[in-house]
Structure formats: C-alpha cells, structure tokens
Write a protein that binds this ligand. Structure first.
Ligand SMILES: Cc1cc2nc3c(=O)[nH]c(=O)nc-3n(C[C@H](O)[C@H](O)[C@H](O)COP(=O)(O)O)c2cc1C
Length: 243
C-alpha cells in the first residue's frame, strides 16, 4: 500500500461518523499508528499519556454506551482512547533521568559537562518544582511566587494544578493528531470524540481516578454517508496573523 504524503493525509482526514461494516481494519496497522502517536512532541519529554486500543466486541459495546451511543463509536471497528496520566509524573521523571544516565554515563555529578548537568537538574529539580502539588494549594503558592518574580523578568507561569492539566492535555492532543494523520496516510478513518462519560470510560478501562480521558477515537473505513458535510473552516485571514 502506498502511503499518502503528509499534506495528502491531512487533507484526507475527516471526522467520520459512520464506518463501513463490511470492511475490517488491521489491528497491527492501527498499533503502528499508535506507535507514531508516541513520537509526538511532548512537554519536557514527560510522555504523560497512555493509549488504550479497544478491539474486543464486548468492550466496544460498553465503550459505545459510554460514548453516549454516538454513531462514530457504534459503527467503529476499533477504538483508541488517549489517556492523560499526569499522575505518572514521578515515574516519567525517573525514566528520563535513567535515559540521561544511559546516554551520558552513570558517573559522579561533577564529571558531567555543563549541558549534561543542566539536563539532570531539569528533571531532578525543575520538574518536581513544577509538578509537585498538594490539593492545588501549593500550585497557587508557586503561581504567586512566580508571578512576583515575573514583575521583573520573563518567567514560566504555568504552575497551578489547572495549568499542569492543560500542559498534559496539550501533549496528548498532539499524540492524537499524530495518530489520526498516520491512520489517514494508510487510508484508515477516525473520529475524535470528547462527547463521552469519562468516569464510566475510566471504570471500563480500569484506570485510576488521577487519570483523565483526553479523547476517544473511533476507527474504521469511511462509509459513503460517513462524512456529514463539506469541510468548513473560517477564512484563513481570520485566524492568521503575521506579526
Ligand atoms: C477534541 C475534539 C472532540 C471532538 N468530539 C467530537 C464528538 O464527541 N463527536 C463527534 O461527532 N465529533 C467530535 N469531534 C469532531 C469535530 O466535530 C470535527 O473535528 C470538526 O467538526 C471538524 O471536522 P473535520 O474533523 O472533518 O475536519 C471532536 C473533535 C475534537 C478535536
């Protein structure tokens, strides 16, 4: 199968609400597209995401109910749930530190170069400063502290609990788009869905309270009635500013 080039895939991708029932999709190919999702850019390379690939009929039925019976779920051949795992920040920080040691060597801190020390300190000091919180209270204290420094010089301000949720969701959104474009490149279709009962989805997937559902993506091959209308975008000049 010849893959589409990026622009062709971007143009081909539409939100498909009705998938063909007589056409299956290859689980391995979908898995490869999920691997592409994990190559998306991710804030501080923290990779605070997980991907649940739903292929079994009984889970598909449960998930359809949790997706409020939407056609894009009901007719989908498979589903992919992009899950935000901000709660795993300690584990991912550790993985990044281990990775740095594997690249720079496991030696005494003093023997690392300036750039290597910076990289270690980023994960050892900065990441906990930004991610550690206690019931959202610490986040507000940090926000006040950073805000006062910000009076005198440019400073990173996204340190509240709500800011950190946005940070994690942003990266998951990029991963979801990588996935959908990869699917489009091989002629597979998708529909991103946020219209769902996320509490029920978490219970179906058996994931903890601290996890959040970024989106559920219906997957299959487009039915001829699967795209509800022509693509609509506001004029480019309304959203584009060269500054
Ligand atoms: C985060 C997100 C959530 C969405 N949720 C739903 C949804 O629950 N149900 C649905 O049918 N479409 C959903 N969509 C699809 C949008 O309606 C669709 O992307 C938009 O209308 C533009 O159409 P296009 O994707 O075909 O270009 C969602 C899209 C995004 C990005």
């Amino acid at each position: 199968m010849k893959e589409k080039i990026v622009t062709e895939a971007i143009e081909y991708r539409r939100s498909v609400r009705v998938f063909r029932q007589d056409k299956e999709i290859d689980t391995e190919l979908v898995r490869t597209c999920i691997k592409n999702a994990t190559l998306a850019a991710t804030s501080s390379n923290m990779q605070l995401w997980e991907f649940y690939h739903i292929t079994t009929p009984d889970t598909m039925v449960k998930m359809t109910k949790a997706c409020l019976g939407q056609n894009a779920a009901k007719t989908a051949k498979q589903l992919v749930v992009v899950v935000v795992r901000k709660d795993l920040w300690r584990k991912r920080r550790k993985s990044n530190i281990e990775f740095l040691k594997s690249v720079y060597g496991n030696k005494s801190f003093e023997s690392y170069s300036k750039r290597e020390k910076f990289a270690f300190n980023y994960y050892k000091k900065l990441i906990p400063t930004v991610y550690f919180d206690f019931a959202g209270i610490l986040g507000w204290l940090k926000y006040g502290f950073f805000w006062s420094i910000g009076l005198f010089k440019p400073i990173y301000r996204q340190v509240r609990k709500s800011d950190m949720r946005i940070v994690a969701h942003k990266s998951c959104g990029l991963a979801a788009q990588n996935f959908m474009i990869s699917m489009a490149a091989i002629g597979y279709d998708t529909c991103p869905m946020e219209g769902s009962d996320t509490l029920r989805i978490k219970s179906i997937l058996g994931i903890p309270h601290g996890a959040e559902i970024n989106m559920v993506i219906g997957c299959g091959i487009r039915d001829e009635k699967g795209i509800y209308g022509p693509r609509f975008r506001v004029p480019f000049k309304e959203v584009y500013y060269e500054v």
